[in-house]
Design a protein. Structure first.
Lengths: 124, 379
């Protein structure tokens, strides 16, 4: 397994469909990324390769399926651990951290930001 | 070690699940030449759906030889795990720190006391256990929630990674010369001069001895060699969470955390025939009970769920018997293929190879069901 990205950004079909840039933080570094896409796609576009470390061996991992099945793109988003970044739309101001191994317990959902509720809204 | 498939084997083992491979592995250790006939991918496989407990506490209530038998297996488990690691390089993650059965009411705790004290008396006192009140329990399991009013604990319990166990058994037995034949469902077994002929769809295998370890398939195969194994499916459903930091250092009967951090929830029992689908109502009950036990899991994500069919006899206890009509034919069937793996490899196999029958097994002939009523329990 490698964390070398399997995906690349295609040129927009027309300038009109290019999305506005949003600013996010990844591991406390500010990043300007294209909006209107998933957190995973935005991070990949910004050159991020290492999204997480596996719980068992600590090996680096990055997105593999981009459709919610493989759990390789897990990151912490606005304080909520182990989120599938390919299924969350990137938003201006998001604070994202790489998921370092297994998530901690307990996690207090009440302290998370409003972005956190987005996931439950999808019935997941 | 002999491994030449052109030679005819000493023993045929019908079934390549945890039971059949444990027996085959033990037979190979005894020096026997063994062929395992495994079903295809469409078979019901309890070995790929179980919970992974090496569990003793409470088992054998009403039939104490089962308690002794299970315990003899748990005591031999460290030896089995070490042997598998040596033969296959697979660490099955055996941990035997003891286990908890959490109670949510005084009545439940009283029932535990009755069960465990009865077993302790029947086993002549050699059956360590403790009943813990809420405060004592929290000292041992800080994550237990306020709804848990107490628990029983025994140092006899433990758990393993059950998928790694199946893989370790498959690799280890083949390492020791066992021939594995996949996709070879056996439809008919014919006793014949000098042994048995097992008929698959396109081939026939012959050996002087045969072990029926075909799980639910034993029901139809056993009568063909003068045995009786009226097993039926009992469905269990399981939920698995994402990996989380270690919080639970002991297995419990319905929630355990694996060595790799996943949390497994289970312990449902349903009689729904040959149906291994999951159902939302049972899964949500399992999840609710798990969160009631350990409230810090309430926001943990579940990543997989499945159901599998236990191989259940009418009284819930195993069936072990050599055919009186056709000596050399054995039936070995149970619903605790993980707990009993060490007994199957290290005690059943020497019996099949020609040694004395272990004493406890006198309690488990299939013939006991020919003239009795049915009692279902989580034996």
């Amino acid at each position: 397994m490698t964390s070398k990205p399997l995906f690349r950004v295609l040129a927009p079909l027309a300038p009109a469909v290019a999305d506005a840039t949003v600013q996010i933080w990844f591991n406390d570094q500010p990043l300007d990324v294209p909006g209107g896409r998933s957190v995973a796609a935005a991070l990949l576009a910004a050159g991020v390769q290492r999204f997480r470390a596996t719980p068992v061996t600590g090996a680096p991992r990055g997105p593999y399926c981009m459709m919610g099945a493989c759990f390789e793109c897990l990151v912490e988003i606005d304080g909520v651990p182990s989120r599938k970044s390919c299924l969350v739309t990137v938003q201006d101001g998001m604070r994202i951290h790489s998921q370092e191994g297994a998530r901690d317990l307990p996690f207090d959902a009440d302290q998370a930001s409003p972005h956190a509720t987005q996931e439950n809204a999808h019935g997941r | 070690m002999r491994g030449n498939t052109a030679e005819s084997p000493d023993v045929l083992v019908v079934g390549g699940g945890l039971v059949g491979t444990a027996v085959a592995y033990g037979l190979a250790r005894e020096g026997a030449k063994v062929t395992v006939l495994d079903e295809g991918d469409g078979g019901f496989r309890a070995s790929r759906g179980n919970f992974g407990l090496v569990w003793i506490q409470g088992k054998g209530y009403g039939l104490s030889p089962y308690a002794r038998w299970s315990r003899s297996s748990a005591q031999r488990w460290p030896g089995l795990a070490a042997a598998l690691l040596e033969d296959s390089g697979v660490d099955v993650a055996l941990r035997q720190p003891g286990g908890f059965h959490l109670c949510f009411s005084d009545a439940e705790l009283a029932e535990r006391e009755k069960r465990l004290s009865t077993l302790q008396a029947e086993l002549g006192g050699d059956y360590p256990y403790q009943l813990l009140d809420a405060k004592e329990l929290r000292e041992r399991l800080p994550a237990a929630g306020p709804a848990v009013i107490g628990a029983s604990y025994t140092p006899m319990d433990g758990h393993v990674n059950p998928l790694k166990l199946l893989r370790a058994l498959h690799q280890s037995m083949q390492q020791r010369g066992v021939t594995l034949v996949s996709s070879s469902q056996i439809s008919r077994i014919a006793p014949e001069a000098g042994g048995f002929a097992a008929h698959g769809r396109n081939a026939v295998w012959r050996a002087p001895r045969i072990v029926l370890a075909a799980g639910l398939g034993n029901r139809a195969l056993a009568p063909q060699v003068g045995l009786h194994a009226p097993v039926a499916p009992n469905r269990g459903q399981v939920l698995v969470s994402e990996r989380v930091a270690p919080f639970l250092h002991y297995p419990t009967i319905n929630v355990r955390q694996t060595d790799e951090g996943s949390v497994q929830f289970g312990d449902s029992m349903e009689e729904v025939g040959y149906n291994d689908f999951t159902t939302t109502d049972v899964l949500s009950t399992i999840a609710r009970r798990g969160v009631r036990a350990f409230p810090l899991l309430k926001d943990v994500r579940l990543v997989r769920m499945w159901a599998a069919l236990r191989v259940y006899s009418p009284d819930g206890f195993p069936i072990y018997e050599q055919s009186a009509q056709y000596p050399g034919a054995f039936v070995v069937t149970c619903h605790s293929g993980v707990t009993l793996a060490a007994a199957h490899a290290l005690r059943i196999a020497p019996w099949v190879a020609g040694g004395a029958m272990p004493d406890e097994l006198a309690a488990f002939p299939g013939g006991r069901f020919l003239a009795s009523g049915q009692i279902l329990s989580h034996a």
